[in-house]
Design a protein around this ligand. Sequence first.
Ligand code: ATP
Length: 179
Amino acid sequence: MSPVVTLDRVTKSYGELVALDEVTLAFPRGRFVAVMGPSGSGKSTMLHCAAALDPPTSGSVLIGEVDVSGLSETRRTQLRRKHMGFVFQSYNLLPAITVEDNITLPLRLAGVRADRDWLGELVDELGQTVVMVTHDPAAAARAHDTLVMADGKVIEVLDAPTPEDLAVRLTRLTGEPVA
Ligand SMILES: Nc1ncnc2c1ncn2[C@@H]1O[C@H](COP(=O)(O)OP(=O)(O)OP(=O)(O)O)[C@@H](O)[C@H]1O
């Protein structure tokens, strides 16, 4: 069963730049959550902190009961391999293997065989949590909830928005029409 991921006042700074600004939120078990927002709003930074890829500058990240913010790189890697699957934008995918294999790669690196019959039913049947960063309102509208980010903050949490709702909100934020 996938754990709930909780961010409590998580800030990530790169020098003077505050990429993530005191973000507090929870990714509940069994939810499919989309993350939208203008380029540079902090979507990837938030996801990297939530998935224990990067440690926050301040605040805490809990994966289940475990506070991962102060863990060593080695411990974070062990935790990721057990609990997380990743599909990055194309530059980070391994092109020779399938999407399914990309998702289960961390599990297999940890020496665990993924049961093929379980894959796909992940969210609805097994309570897996899926977080998807996208610029596509139609893709985000397939999620249960959509987080909208701007300037390192989560400015809205929308419950089952339509693609049109999302396009209007993003156009307001970016000043450019969203397809
Ligand atoms: N490793 C880094 N070093 C310095 N600045 C960074 C680093 N990673 C991200 N940033 C900065 O942090 C801010 C947030 O970046 P982030 O990649 O999280 O935005 P994003 O919303 O995912 O953008 P995009 O939609 O373009 O992928 C940006 O100003 C970015 O330049």
